[in-house]
Design a protein around this ligand. Structure first.
Ligand code: SAM
Length: 282
């Protein structure tokens, strides 16, 4: 196992999100050389490890025992054992346990070495074809409708594509809320069962999402990444409104200048007010 700087390290290893072939050569080398592999569900991990003939001992590390299991990882590192961490699928620490273990291992003086690989959000973004340069990974939204809607209200104006994870029993409710609260003018990507037999990546206007899901039972099955493109840019003021606003701002406070400019030019007062604040550097 490569270990350039330290005597012992925790190797955080990405595993497939469906297709067992999606594992890197370095991940296999590292898991083969490990003495102990911490994993979310030991039986689930055994299927992957057996598939690749990896016999290392496993240790359950999941959201309910992360603190206690991390103590065991640190003991193993102190004993000079080679330790790796995987999750049920994809990259540990991303909508999965691993963050607390990485922090505690580092605090105990050991290096934490990432082995990058499969990640559902990155896979969906890579094939989505959206023009947005920025994205915000949200992961799972709250299960309760009120909390979910509150979070969406807070995300509505973020100038980036939004990336969500969702389970089949909540996909309809979530897409309904996305359409109700974030449309219009945005694109929806539903990436389902990626790298698996029934992989499907559908791209549509956001407000068509609920009808698309309702049209076929199969479309609501499996694992989902849902992406909503960034909000459309606000339309700027026309040249006359800009000129009048700038002239009035030289003489008047922001609010009065915006109000008067709206009367003179017919442009929306809110747009003028926002622009006036920008021009004043506030
Ligand atoms: N750590 C993982 C990663 O790196 O993507 C994510 C784990 S999270 C507990 C599981 C969620 O990821 C699923 O509910 C689904 O939203 C998404 N996901 C995982 N595999 C997927 C796949 N093959 N296709 C679509 N979404 C997937």
């Amino acid at each position: 196992m490569e270990n350039p700087n330290t005597t012992s390290a925790l190797y955080v290893v990405a595993t497939p999100i469906g297709n067992l072939g999606d594992i890197t050569l370095r991940a296999l080398e590292t898991l083969r050389a490990a003495d102990l592999i911490a994993c979310e569900d030991t039986r689930h991990a055994r299927r992957l490890l057996d598939h690749h003939g990896i016999r290392a001992a496993t240790l359950a590390l999941h959201e309910h025992n992360e603190a206690a299991a991390t103590g065991k990882l640190i003991d193993a590192l102190r004993a000079g054992r080679r330790v790796a961490l995987i999750s049920d699928a994809g990259t540990p620490g991303i909508a999965d346990p691993g963050a607390r273990a990485s922090a505690a291992v580092r605090a105990a003086g050991f290096a934490v070495v990432p082995l990058p690989g499969a990640n559902a959000a990155a896979a969906a973004l890579s094939a989505a074809g959206l023009p947005d340069a920025r994205f915000l990974f949200v992961g799972f939204l709250p299960a309760k409708p009120t909390a979910r809607r509150q979070e969406l209200e807070a995300l509505k104006a973020v100038p980036a594509a939004l990336v969500f994870y969702e389970a089949p029993h909540r996909i309809e409710a979530t897409v309904a809320d996305l359409a109700a609260l974030l449309a219009p003018g945005r694109t929806l990507v539903i990436a389902r069962e990626m790298t698996k037999l029934f992989e499907q990546i559908a791209v549509m206007p956001l407000d068509e999402g609920p009808a698309w899901l309702a049209a076929d039972d199969h479309r609501r099955r499996g694992e989902f990444v849902v992406i909503v493109s960034a909000p459309p840019p606000r339309e700027g003021l026309n040249a006359e409104a800009e000129r009048v606003l700038a002239a009035l701002l030289a003489e008047l406070p922001v609010k009065q200048a915006a109000k008067l400019a709206a009367t003179v030019t017919g442009a929306a007062k809110n747009d003028l007010y926002r622009r006036a604040l920008e021009l004043k550097g506030g």
